[in-house]
Ligand binder design. Structure first.
Ligand code: SF4
Length: 466
């Protein structure tokens, strides 16, 4: 069966972020996040210039406390362009209030906005306690809405798989329903307060979880007559070709659905590298002149002898990097939606073995089959405690033979353990040149010197095998 490749954007209301607008009446915006320390003003401004030159339309900065809010004020003054800045705030509602008076948009995480750091313990809430918690959320969030209204500041509600509050976990577990409800609780307050300037994201490093959850969120919003714009991204996607393919599988599936008003491709690389990847993805789906619509791309679903469907994707794209992105963006969704387990890529410009390797990478990025070690590495930000690219390289060199294992490499202890989600083992920055090692969510070696960490990680994996 040959599939008709169409594109119809989901209708969303406009959200003003400084002097740009997000929403279905506007182009899909591409954005990135700085990985400098926010307090290093010169480095942050320099990096902002490189990102803007690459085409970034929004720039986000980690904002741990009031000192970073003041630094953002300076960065804002120096980045004399039309690109709005976004403060990324976790755990401290007061910092979100202050940042909302300085930059054009504030990202808060519903999992930790009023809740303390997760304890990964199951806590039972009675119905009364649960209602009281919701009331506390309402009172605190309304204060932020008032500040944002006064200063014309937008908000992103950014949920990440693995960083839900203990309260949501107690009712829903770490599930798509839990992630969606954690957003809906905030949106109901915003609706009551008539505050529409909100964008939503739900991210996961598992592309399937991310896509299923965003689709569920859209259904829930529609059910409650809401049309908030969406920010799409696969979190902790990693670096290099694997990171690009994983991002394309997740973001592409949702762009093909017509979802997404802004996207960020999170790579464990310099942030300016993310922009061309994001632009290529947007253009593939949303540009009328994309090869997707001129008949040169053919997507088919075939029944094979075993009864499983096979997806076949054919294209004449002659640029290998573009072909990888486009095939990944199209095929992950088709594999899931047609319950297919085989993927054949056809392109006369490339060898069969190259195409076979790519099809395996796409199957793995879609978590349909595992062929090699899976890496879940954060993109780095102002909290990163080591040279991320060098560390990822070292961990990969030592562990690439461990087919099927999922290894998290995270820059900080604050968000790392939660956000490496379903990793089997985690290598997490615990302090300057200090690392903590995790087995699943359990910290098994705390604060060890970084030069010993790779060896200790291998020892741990070996011990567990016995
Ligand atoms: S895990 Fe920590 S260092 Fe990595 S991007 Fe998230 S907050 Fe930044």
């Amino acid at each position: 069966m040959q599939l008709k490749l169409t594109y119809q954007r989901r209708k969303t209301h406009p959200v003003e972020v400084g002097n740009i607008c997000l929403g279905s009446d506007y182009p899909i915006r591409v954005q990135t996040m700085a990985n400098t320390s926010t307090n290093d003003i010169d480095a942050s401004v320099e990096q902002a210039r490189r990102c803007i030159e690459a085409g970034a339309e929004l720039l986000r900065y980690t904002t741990q406390g009031m000192r970073e809010v003041e630094s953002l004020r300076e960065i804002h003054e120096q980045v004399l362009t039309s690109v709005p800045l976004v403060a990324d705030v976790h755990f401290q509602a007061d910092v979100a209030d202050a940042a909302a008076q300085v930059v054009e948009k504030v990202r808060i995480n519903p999992g930790n906005y009023i809740d303390p750091a997760r304890k990964f313990k199951h806590i039972d809430y009675s119905n009364t306690e649960y209602r009281q918690e919701l009331q506390r959320l309402r009172e605190r969030f309304t204060r932020l809405l008032d500040i944002c209204r006064e200063h014309h500041t937008a908000i992103r509600l950014g949920v990440n798989h693995g960083s839900l509050s203990d309260r949501i976990m107690s009712r829903y577990g770490d599930t798509p329903a839990g992630m969606v409800e954690s957003v809906m609780e905030f949106l109901r307050v915003a609706e009551d307060e008539h505050f529409p300037n909100i964008v939503i994201s739900i991210k996961a490093s598992n592309t399937r979880v991310m896509v299923d959850t965003v689709r569920l969120l859209v259904r829930e919003m529609k059910h409650e007559k809401m049309d908030y714009p969406l920010h799409l991204g696969v979190t902790e996607a990693g670096e290099g070709e694997d990171g690009r393919i994983k991002s394309a599988v997740g973001i592409g599936a949702l762009l093909a659905d017509g979802y997404g008003d802004t996207i960020r491709v999170s790579l464990s690389e310099a942030p300016e590298n993310e922009i061309p990847v994001a632009r290529d993805l947007v253009d593939y789906f949303a540009d009328d002149e994309s090869p997707r619509y001129d008949g040169s791309v053919v997507a088919e679903v075939l029944d094979n002898i075993g009864g499983n469907a096979e997806v076949r994707y054919s294209s004449y794209e002659s640029d290998w990097e573009l072909f990888c992105l486009q095939a990944a963006a199209e095929c992950g969704r088709l594999l899931w939606d047609y319950k297919a387990t085989e993927l054949t890529l056809v392109n006369p410009n490339f060898s069969e073995s190259k195409l076979n390797f790519l099809s395996k990478d796409i199957l793995q990025a879609a978590r349909v089959r595992m062929y090699k070690t899976e890496y879940i590495s954060c993109p780095g930000c102002g909290r990163t405690l080591f040279d991320l690219e060098k560390t990822i390289h070292e961990v990969k060199e030592a562990t690439r033979h461990l087919e099927g294992l999922k290894i998290g490499i995270m820059g900080c202890i604050v968000n790392g353990p939660g956000e490496m989600a379903d990793a089997d083992y985690g290598y997490v920055g615990a302090g300057r040149e200090r690392v903590s090692l995790y087995r699943g969510k359990e910290c098994v070696l705390k604060n060890i010197p970084q030069e010993e960490a790779v060896e200790q990680l291998l020892k741990l994996i070996e011990q567990d095998k016995q």
